[in-house]
Design a protein around this ligand. Structure first.
Ligand code: MD3
Ligand code: FE
Length: 216
């Protein structure tokens, strides 16, 4: 799995090895970004962005929604994947084919053939919104990677280690960048610094991040 990337060879062809198991594909989604935003509009008609509440009782600054057979939700009772959107009371919108194809091909390029995402968490950052350091461990199969797609305003991603205390590296993610997180990077602590204000032709005054996961 992940042969040449894990063996320490120099990255080639736009693949940039951030750490063992973390592969950046700069601009991989750039040519499809507008099509992805059009699909997002249809998702939002059914399951709009909402700011969820953490188990600790804080409202998140990032607004979220989902598409796919499962969606990630948080409320006072905890974090989980759910087949139903608690706002609409209906299933999450189907994962559009252009979303799925992009995620599967990015995973394939990074060495994860056969990635079968069943959940896509969609995050919206407005100026000042941030995501504090956390691990993603609500997924049943931690051998499957997570694929993230950045759209709109740039952000500073914080990439830490396996322990919360590990000092994070700062990585700038721009519109069209795709990152595949697997192997030892899958359980790394990570976050997003408060979004700087700006205006982007694709999204206006926000950043959108799609994360594709195998939840079940
Ligand atoms: C590394 N999202 O949704 S994407 C998240 O930009 C999340 O919205 C951030 O962290 C965002 O959980 C960062 C990059 C990312 C996503 C998931 C990961 C990196 C990851 C899971 C494991 C390790
Ligand atoms: Fe995360």
């Amino acid at each position: 799995m992940n042969g040449d990337l894990l063996s320490g060879l120099a990255p080639t062809g736009g693949r940039e090895l951030l750490a063992e198991g973390a592969v950046v594909l700069r601009g991989f989604a750039a040519s499809e970004a507008a099509a992805l935003m059009a699909e997002l509009d249809a998702i939002l008609d059914v399951s709009p962005f909402r700011r969820m509440v953490t188990p600790g009782g804080y409202q998140m600054s990032v607004a979220m929604t989902n598409c796919g057979a499962r969606g990630w939700v948080t409320d006072r009772t905890g974090y989980r994947y759910d087949a139903l959107d608690p706002v609409s009371g209906r299933p999450w919108p189907t994962m559009p084919a252009p979303f799925r194809c992009l995620a599967v091909s990015a995973a394939d390029v990074a060495g994860y053939a056969g990635f079968a995402p069943d959940a896509c968490l969609i995050n919206r950052y407005e100026p000042g919104a941030r995501l504090s350091l956390h691990q993603d461990r609500n997924e049943r199969d931690l051998a499957a990677p997570v694929v993230s797609v950045s759209l709109g305003l740039p952000a500073t991603f914080l990439f830490g280690g396996p322990q919360r205390r590990d000092r994070p590296r700062r990585v700038r993610l721009e519109s069209g960048d795709v990152v595949v997180w697997g192997g030892p990077a899958r359980l790394a602590f990570h976050g997003i610094e408060p979004l700087a204000d700006g205006d982007h032709a694709l999204t206006g005054r926000c950043r959108i991040n799609l994360t594709f996961r195998r939840a079940l």
